[in-house]
Write a protein that binds this ligand. Sequence first.
Ligand SMILES: Nc1ncnc2c1ncn2[C@@H]1O[C@H](COP(=O)(O)OP(=O)(O)O)[C@@H](O)[C@H]1O
Ligand SMILES: [Mg+2]
Length: 309
Amino acid sequence: MRFGVVTAWPAEDWHSRRLLASFGRRGEAAAVDPAALAAFVGEAALEVRASQRPAARFDAWVLARGLGRSGDPDVQFEVYRALEGTGSLVVNKIDALLSAQDKLRTSWLLRRAGVATPRAAVAQAPRQAVAALAWLGEAVAKPIAGSLGDGLERVRDDRAGRRAVLDRVGRDGAVYLQAWVEHPGRDARLFVVGERVAGAMERRAPPGEWRTNVERGARVRPLPAGGPLGALAVAAARALGLDWAGVDVVTGPEGPTVLEVNGNPSWVGILEATGEDMAEPIAEHVWARARQRLERTRPTPEQAGANHG
Ligand SMILES: Nc1ncnc2c1ncn2[C@@H]1O[C@H](COP(=O)(O)OP(=O)(O)O)[C@@H](O)[C@H]1O
Ligand SMILES: [Mg+2]
């Protein structure tokens, strides 16, 4: 089995290294720089190449760090779509990754799938931003495509809150607001692979901090992977179309609710909490999907003429 592991940082990036090692245990794992991908639209067909190798020679494409340090990100997105379009297995799917990156799209995809998630709003015009804050009352303002707890701000429907929201509209052109969920400074991060939770942890924020990101100094401990939280996390990953995902679940007064879904989740914290390297279940899952596809496309003995000779 051949795996193309897309990353511009095969040696420097801890996650890329782990994925290359786990896929390498199941076949050939080639690190492919996103900027080395090219597409050729010929008379009859489209061909994608990674350096000199036709992409069709690979059984699966793994978007470890799908965006390169060089090249054009829009071209890279389109090449991943073309790969999918020409029948290659690409995980995570590029459009699922882009959905997870976009907090507005995440909110509505979760809502549409019936997965518990707080009310949320985006607004571009100052009056609508103020109205959105009034509608939510108490909220967290977030960058539409942020991570690691960066740029998050708690806002209330008061003078300071309205000021903060208007500043964001002026600076960024839009503001995303998610209803505040009262929580005791801890939440759950569940790492979903395929249809199951491969690892889960509780994250406990340091005193005075409401953001539970590991990058903000949260302490971690293992959580059981099953139960209602697990089912919620699996449903959240499915709603976004992700093969693997990191799902943030906080338990508020109305029960567990999904704050966000990460399509390119780190598993440094999960490894610390559980001792489990998520590269293994990821590689196992992708390997199983690739094998299934090979079996589907392999000719049956009858088609191959085995019974007619
Ligand atoms: N609506 C909310 N109510 C309460 N806490 C929140 C809310 N949104 C985010 N947080 C806290 O901030 C952390 C980071 O928010 P999140 O949406 O996951 O953004 P990021 O992509 O930066 O991790 C969460 O893990 C949680 O602890
Ligand atoms: Mg998060």
